[in-house]
Design a protein around this ligand. Structure first.
Ligand code: GUN
Ligand code: ZN
Length: 443
């Protein structure tokens, strides 16, 4: 900051990869879909990208003496986006041996009861955000619990760190412990008023899934959405066969599971439906026509034994697929780990995921499907400065593999299959460095 209050900002110099458009499913990205700079410069001012380009082209425009951060040998990308995650399940990740409904009753609901206590919610919210930044995720769409304090503490923690986050209070008014059920309407309205649109925060209406809401509660949610269409909505859909049978029993008048959400006006362009494994093509077409997105949560689908998500059937229907961790059903917060599992699920269906498509989904694809792409998802002038810096030589093994790669496609693929939290060298959010892998740890 100089005397006139003008901030010159700082420059990150090094290789850059950012998508400008969907690269398609081919071995090479569609023409014009990729920005790749071997020696790039990203000039950050006041939380935004002031300029980006080849270093040689940007350098003459930079103020004299500007701070320069050297990321030679690293790879800068837009911060990763997680379209569906439960921060409150951080401490029950990897709870052994159940499918969805038993897992909810045995581990998840008891854990969520603990979030009535502010101190617990604060502790987990901070730990969750630390972990997200450590794996290069700068934006997520987050389930809290039904306790308003779980939402207040999460948003407050994200705001202090300058993060762009979507979150909401879980709505349940049946088939869950009494400590977790309420009508939720008044609380949701208060929370929306307090947090929606504050700094980089947005509110997502969060009915857990059809079995834990009465028709009256779903109707109330639909009513809120009609009056405030800029809100997001998140829930679960067609994850598990037992769940689907239960929904059919509870809502016999609806044509199918998706029909429940349609009946109450919950299926729109800002709606994210987690899982969507057991859908038929007409259901995918209906979701696509509404502009909704399905969150593909591969580590969760494998862990809970839910099934194999048919990504290309969604693509054929024109249905947006987002990528998500779904922690704590998911076993890893890392976007790289999510890509690895997505690739493996794809292989079992004969539809391998290219690195182009994978990294596109993790960044601009997720941003577009969540209507956040005017702010984040790509490294372009005027966008918010959320950046992950990957290290292709993070471990001895990765260094050996990276040395053998012949082009960017191979390098990105090696990162998605062999990378993990150690591959995230640094994370920037809102123009500030919020994680540095090699920072000296306090004794
Ligand atoms: N369906 C309803 N609640 C949940 C949850 O917390 N996790 C998963 N994976 N599925 C759900
Ligand atoms: Zn979930």
């Amino acid at each position: 900051m100089n005397d006139a209050g003008f901030s010159a900002g700082r420059v990150l110099r090094g290789p850059v990869v950012s998508f400008l458009n969907d690269p398609g499913e081919g071995d090479s990205p569609e023409p014009g879909s990729l920005l790749h700079l071997q020696d790039g410069a990203i000039w950050l001012v006041d939380g935004r990208i002031q300029a980006i380009g080849d270093y040689a082209e940007v350098a003459p425009r930079l103020p004299a003496g500007i701070e320069m951060v050297d990321y030679a040998g690293k790879l800068m990308m837009p911060g990763f986006i997680d379209s569906h995650v439960h921060y409150v399940q951080l401490d029950i990740m990897a709870s052994y041996g159940r499918q969805l409904l038993d897992w909810l009753n045995e581990y998840t609901f008891p854990e969520e009861c603990r979030f009535a206590e502010r101190a617990h919610a604060e502790n987990v919210a901070e730990a969750f955000l630390d972990e997200q930044l450590r794996v290069g995720t700068t934006t997520a769409q987050v389930f809290c619990t039904s306790h308003p304090v779980s939402v207040d503490t999460f948003f407050a923690a994200a705001r202090r760190r300058g993060l762009r986050m979507l979150a909401g209070k879980v709505l349940m008014d049946r088939h869950a412990p009494a400590a977790l059920t309420d009508s939720g309407e008044r609380d949701s309205e208060r929370l929306i008023g307090d947090w929606h649109g504050k700094d980089r925060l947005g509110y997502t209406l969060t009915p857990r899934f059809a079995p834990t809401s009465t028709p009256a509660q779903l109707d109330t949610v639909g009513g809120i959405l009609r009056t405030a269409p800029d809100l997001h909505l998140q829930t679960h859909l067609s994850e598990n066969k037992g769940e689907i049978d239960w929904v059919a029993e509870l809502f016999p008048d609806c044509r199918d599971y998706l029909g429940v959400y349609e009946r109450y006006g919950l299926v729109g362009p800002r709606s994210t439906f987690a899982h969507g494994i057991h859908l038929d093509q007409p259901m995918r077409n209906r979701l696509a026509a509404a502009g909704a997105n399905i969150a593909f949560c591969p580590t969760s689908n494998l862990f809970l034994g839910s099934g194999l998500f048919d990504r290309l059937a969604c693509r054929d229907a024109g249905l947006n697929t987002t990528l998500a961790s779904d922690v704590g059903g998911g076993t890893d917060l890392s976007g790289l780990a999510t890509l690895k599992a997505a690739y493996q699920v794809g292989q079992l269906l004969g539809q391998p995921l290219t690195a182009w498509q994978g990294f596109y989904r993790l960044t601009l694809g997720n941003a577009r499907a969540l209507h956040l792409d005017t702010h984040i998802g790509s490294l372009r002038q005027g966008k918010e400065a959320d950046i992950v810096v990957l290290d292709p030589a993070a471990t001895p093994l990765l260094a050996r593999r990276s040395a053998r790669t012949r082009n960017l496609a191979e390098q990105l693929f090696a990162l998605m299959m062999l990378g993990d939290d150690r591959s995230v060298y640094a994370t920037w959010a809102n123009g500030e460095c919020v994680h540095q892998r090699d920072a000296a740890s306090t004794p």
